[in-house]
Design a protein around this ligand. Structure first.
Ligand code: NAP
Length: 251
């Protein structure tokens, strides 16, 4: 029985990845804060594919909660595949107008929690000599744009962590992949714009953005490669996007 631990599974890319991996026969651990969403997803996957899901309703910034859970249920942290999808951006204000509490949130979730959860899953993978860690990086880990300093810094950090981890586990059989999307239509922009749905919708107008399912299929492709193949990084953008700032919109 193959298993995947997916963070950020209540929405967007994490949720779509749960669907894509369940369709390929993996059983799941689904982590996010919104338990009702995780429950509904688990029920729909059980019905569609017979997937067994375990639900972890937790804020990934809760280091003590994660440690307690790892002690109480160590098998949760021994998946074949870990997908680190929980993440967010807040605002597009210039740095000089930014909110340090929001910077904390972005860095704590995108960087520190990703590190902590990966750290918890690695010992079992290393003992087994197999396992796959998939990071959700971003084109924001390759380029920087105005008003994106902190989010881009967090995704540059994810890129460095991915490269460093790959070297640290080198020779163990554990694979490390970064999937780095451009514009994907999810709840990401709504969260970034603090609930402003109208402003969020504008991000995706006038061109065809990626869907969460597009990215999930990319992740599933990486995971389904034979054990001797490690896809290191995939940068995937809508055809209408050429760089982090170049998007061809109609009208
Ligand atoms: N959408 C894009 O254009 C895009 C592009 C490149 C990279 N990415 C990256 O892809 C990943 C997924 O983003 P998405 O587009 O799928 O956004 P999304 O639809 O907003 O999903 C974000 C997920 O992260 C979870 N999350 C956020 N804060 C959390 C916390 N403190 N504790 C636990 N879970 C938390 C959310 O769950 P709860 O709110 O239920 O906790 C949700 O499931 C992120 O790392 C993002 O940076 C997105």
């Amino acid at each position: 029985m193959r298993t995947a631990f997916i963070t950020g599974a209540s929405s967007g890319i994490g949720e779509a990845t749960a669907r894509a991996l369940a369709a390929r026969g993996l059983h799941l651990t689904l982590l996010a804060r919104r338990e009702d969403r995780l429950q509904a997803l688990a029920e729909s996957l059980a019905k569609a594919h017979g997937t067994r899901s375990r639900i972890v309703a937790l804020d990934v910034r809760d280091a003590a909660g994660l440690a307690r859970l790892a002690k109480a249920e160590p098998d949760l942290f021994a998946p074949d595949v870990l997908v680190n999808s929980a993440g967010l951006a807040r605002g597009t204000e210039p740095l000089q107008e930014g909110n340090p509490d929001e910077w904390d949130e972005v860095i704590d979730v995108n960087v520190k929690a990703l590190l902590r959860i990966t750290r918890l899953c690695l010992p079992a993978m290393l003992r087994r000599g197999s396992g796959h860690v998939v990071m959700l990086g971003s084109t924001a880990g390759h380029w920087v744009y105005p008003g994106g300093a902190v989010y881009c810094a967090s995704k540059h950090a994810v890129r460095a962590i991915t490269e460093g981890l790959r070297m640290d586990v080198h020779g163990s059989g554990v694979r490390v992949t970064s999937v780095d999307p451009g514009l994907v239509e999810t709840e990401f922009s709504e969260v970034r714009f603090r609930g402003d749905k109208e402003r969020a919708a504008k991000v995706y107008q006038g061109y065809q953005p990626l869907t969460a399912a597009d990215v999930a299929e990319t992740i599933a492709w990486c995971v389904e490669q034979p054990a001797h193949v490690n896809v290191q990084d995939v940068v995937v953008m809508p055809t209408a996007q050429a760089s982090v700032t170049m998007v061809k919109r109609s009208g």
